[in-house]
Design a protein around this ligand. Structure first.
Ligand SMILES: Nc1ncnc2c1ncn2[C@@H]1O[C@H](COS(=O)(=O)NC(=O)[C@@H](N)CS)[C@@H](O)[C@H]1O
Ligand SMILES: [Mg+2]
Ligand SMILES: [Zn+2]
Length: 465
């Protein structure tokens, strides 16, 4: 873990998550193992969203004039948009953009869908690929040009209060989702100069990566009525008048997978929450001359009974040294390994090894399903607690610019300080400490670290991806 980005690139290759050799910069191939992890992660997310969102699928290509409609929005994306200019050999009358995000794709259609207040609220999401011509240093899963796993939710409301409440609901959805992955997060309101282009304000989830830099792993935007006015999205209210709707949108991406890998990983490789691991349990037969057949028989029976009980289980019956198997499954982050040998047969037991703590437990084969389920819950709990403790230990209070500078130089991590909220002063702090203001949390009191004025906000600074 000395050089995190080297560790990260290596594990993506060794654990066959993605293949980075694809000949377009910032675009990678999901390999079978990585794809399973991605699928399991998305299943958790969809289970949460499907409670009160409808899943949809909109086109990839955006007409130039639609993309350009909302001036601030297009300004924010104009240098990141990929364009399609030809259909076959013929030049297109009007060029088409590859969606960098789908406001300008969806909202012309929302204008057709929304009629009456009885249609509202509407809550949609789609999980698609989006394209951003990132000019900063691209990194697999972290800063890509094809965002392969872009979950974007878009909601429509009759009032500002409802939109406000939806922002809170989206924040709870993200908390539940990240908690199910054991990923710690800091929730702040982005400073005005860093909010989503065209939004009223942005709430962001940041997590701390092993190298002391923060990664924005999710964002929730209150769009107010800006896009409604631009795209004429109106509804007839109970009094028969026409009003513009109020909107929110909230997004996640491949970074969710990046943070699961980075936050829980260790020197042995991946360490995956059981909910997302490709295999939750791997069975390794301990083969000696004696009783070899009985051992294999017992391992197959266990594989079948666990499979029938809904575990993602794999029996590794390859003719390889056990040690080689242990290494491989630990590197791939399989939460639980079960070994059965001749001695275990006699005792009708098995030896279970936990990936997160390395602890070995001897368990009766009768009732081993409950033992494994309990262990899987313990593992998620342990991973989550370990990750939260680590992040919280890296959040340090600074009373002066000097202190802030020293902390960032020596330890990186996250700095919290009291801020007056004035943009000038904020930019000045970023300048002096040479890191970004992540955002603020309301309800502080004290004097601004930088200018001494009254400070109603607790603000956070960190070096970011
Ligand atoms: N180049 C990128 N590679 C990987 N993830 C990215 C990239 N750019 C943004 N993201 C992730 O995508 C999330 C949503 O992007 S966003 O611009 O903040 N918000 C939107 O696009 C809104 N339409 C909400 S869906 C970000 O919070 C960030 O976690
Ligand atoms: Mg960007
Ligand atoms: Zn100040």
């Amino acid at each position: 873990m000395t050089e995190f980005s080297e560790w990260f690139h290596n594990i993506l290759e060794e654990a066959e998550i993605i293949d980075q050799r694809y000949p377009v910069k910032g675009m990678h191939v999901w390999m079978p193992h990585g794809f399973r992890i991605r699928k399991n992660t998305l299943n958790i997310l969809k289970r949460i969203l499907d409670r009160d969102h409808e899943e949809v699928l909109f086109p990839l290509l955006v007409p130039e004039d639609e993309l350009a409609k909302e001036a601030i929005h297009v300004k924010g994306f104009e240098d990141e948009v990929y364009w399609v200019t030809h259909g076959g050999l013929s030049k297109l009358q009007r060029k088409l953009a590859l969606r960098p995000t789908s406001e300008t794709v969806m909202y012309p259609m929302f204008a057709l869908w929304v009629r009456s207040h009885t249609d509202l609220p509407m809550r949609f999401y789609q999980i698609v690929n989006t394209f951003r011509y990132e000019t900063k240093h691209t990194r697999p899963l972290i800063r890509v040009r094809e965002i392969t796993t872009f979950k974007e939710a878009h909601t429509i409301h009759a009032t500002a209060d409802e939109a406000e409440e939806q922002v809170e609901r989206a924040i709870e959805i993200y908390r539940e989702f990240f908690d199910s992955l054991g990923i710690p997060y800091l929730i702040t309101k982005r400073p005005p100069w860093d909010k989503f282009p065209g939004s009223d304000y942005t709430m962001a989830f940041d997590t701390l990566m092993p190298d002391g830099k923060t990664l924005q792993i999710g964002t929730v935007h209150n769009l107010g009525q800006t896009f409604a006015r631009t795209f004429e999205i109106k509804f007839e209210n109970p009094e028969g008048e026409h009003e513009y709707v109020h909107q929110t949108c909230y997004g996640l991406s491949d970074r969710v997978i990046a943070s699961v890998i980075a936050v829980h990983g260790d020197e042995s490789g991946l360490c995956l929450p059981p909910e997302v691991a490709a295999h939750q349990v791997v069975i390794v037969p301990v083969i000696f001359k004696k009783a070899a057949d009985e051992v294999m028989e017992a391992c197959r029976d266990l594989r079948d009974s666990l499979g029938d009980a809904g575990f993602r289980v794999h029996l590794d019956d390859r003719d390889l040294r056990a040690g080689r198997k242990y290494y491989e499954w630990e590197m791939r982050g399989v939460p639980l390994r079960v070994e059965i040998g001749p001695r275990d047969l006699e005792n009708n037991s098995a030896v279970i090894s936990r990936r997160d703590t390395g602890e070995k437990i001897t368990a009766d084969l009768d009732g081993i399903q409950d033992t494994l389920r309990d262990l899987m819950n313990d593992i998620l709990e342990n991973l989550r607690n370990r990750a939260w403790e680590r992040m919280e230990s890296e959040i340090r209070e600074a009373g002066t610019i000097e202190e802030a500078r020293n902390i960032i130089e020596e330890k990186r991590g996250i700095i919290s300080f009291m801020w007056c909220g004035d943009e000038e002063c904020g930019m000045d702090v970023e300048e002096k400490v040479r890191v970004d203001i992540l955002g603020i949390q309301e309800g502080g009191s004290g004097k601004c670290m930088n200018c001494g004025r009254d400070a109603p906000y607790r603000a956070y600074l960190a070096r970011t991806y």
